[in-house]
Design a protein around this ligand. Structure first.
Ligand code: MN
Length: 383
């Protein structure tokens, strides 16, 4: 029988603690545990994870133990866990991936520096699983040739899945993308992608390309999408050249309300949110983020919203009293490049340079970052 069923999970960011709230760390564990339970309940053949399993390359011990506990459950049913590294959990050059510690429990980390594959199953009843960990910064230029290699290998296999963790245009702001959709391989039945936290699914010819999305809300700019579509994982089946994907919603995700305006306006918005989402809030208390656009003391705002303490964990409000200080709360984490340009306003070259140096540091191992910065400043080898 040539059919394989698996779940595609992504961007679980175990160990992440949003807003420094203790409950927010547990939420990421809950969502991952729920995702694994779905895999167990559906008796899948294997699990695919497309990167950012952990929030950091040296995860906290709790994050490691939550991962271990879940992998033990999968191992007991002989369900292997195939994964790659995202930009968050990719180890430094001379280290191994944290997830590698659990290789004896059926965890297989694919392709750290180049494309790598395994066959799941036997002979004619097998499926090729190829993967390449996140390639950005200095590694980015190698991505295209690795995709070509992957494509070449997939052509020889009847059924094949690719796992990758990249920003692909036009699905994301092009300045932050490492490849375009035209550069993707075409011979895979399913392309399991990670990195973009809002879910996306595209049919490309006979194949399906999908960002499964993060399992919890990692950043405030995911809140809108979450409130409309929820968070989910993909249940995928590949049968010869037919691929089908079903989105399965996660129930453990904590709802979040982000509201702004005068105190009176904010109170109205909260009321609307509560009446629309009461069911979700009864599963798990929500988180309330407020920006108050009038002159008022934070303590008075907290007093006014104290009636919602049973439904929300309430964050200290941001008060924006002055005209001109107003800005959209959800836009806070949008284009970082614009923030740099704004900071160096009037000096566009310096703004651009600062942003590029920032990217050098974020995207590379330390030695590579230093090299890249020296090159930018024209002082290569002079230090
Ligand atoms: Mn991520």
């Amino acid at each position: 029988m040539n059919i394989f069923r698996f779940v595609h999970i992504s961007d679980t960011h175990l160990g992440s603690r949003q807003y420094s709230i203790k409950e927010r760390e547990d939420d990421f564990y809950d969502a991952f545990t729920e995702a694994v339970q779905i895999a167990l309940d559906h008796e899948v053949d294997f699990v695919i994870h497309s990167g950012d399993l952990f929030d950091e390359h040296r995860p906290d011990n709790r994050a490691l133990s939550v991962f271990r506990d879940n992998i033990i459950k999968l191992q007991a049913r002989k369900i292997p866990f195939y994964m790659i590294m995202g930009d968050h959990d990719r180890p430094k050059k001379d280290d191994i991936a944290a997830a590698n510690i659990f290789d004896f429990l059926g965890v297989k980390v694919l392709g750290l520096e180049e494309y790598e594959s395994v066959l799941h199953g036997n002979g004619s009843e097998s499926i090729l699983i190829g993967g390449i960990s996140n390639m950005k910064g200095m590694r980015r230029e190698r991505l295209k040739s690795q995709y070509e290699r992957a494509n070449y290998e997939a052509a020889d296999n009847k059924m094949a899945i690719l796992i990758s963790h990249q920003a692909i245009s036009p699905y994301f702001i092009s300045e932050q993308c490492e490849a375009t959709s035209e550069e993707l391989p075409v011979n895979f039945n399913y392309m399991a992608f990670g990195h973009i936290h809002n879910r996306l699914e595209k049919r490309i010819g006979n194949s399906i390309f999908s960002y499964a999305g993060s399992t919890e809300i990692k950043s405030t700019n995911e809140i809108d999408f979450y409130m409309r579509h929820g968070k989910s994982i993909n249940m995928v089946s590949v049968e010869n050249d037919q691929t089908t994907v079903e989105k399965i919603s996660l129930k453990s995700v904590r709802p979040q309300a982000m509201v702004q305006g005068t105190l009176e306006g904010v109170l109205k918005s909260i009321e609307t949110f509560v009446s629309k989402n009461r069911e979700r809030l009864e599963v798990k208390k929500g988180i309330l983020t407020m920006e108050i656009q009038e002159k008022i003391k934070a303590i008075d705002v907290m007093e006014a919203v104290s009636q919602y303490e049973d439904l929300f964990l309430i964050r200290t409000p941001v008060i924006k009293a002055q005209e001109g200080e107003k800005h959209n709360v959800s836009a806070m984490t949008d284009s970082l490049k614009d923030m740099f340009l704004e900071y160096f306003s009037g000096d566009e070259d310096t703004g651009k340079m600062a942003y590029e140096i920032y990217r050098d540091v974020m995207d590379n191992d330390p030695e590579d970052a230093v090299k890249s910065i020296e090159k930018r400043l024209g002082i290569e080898g002079k230090l």
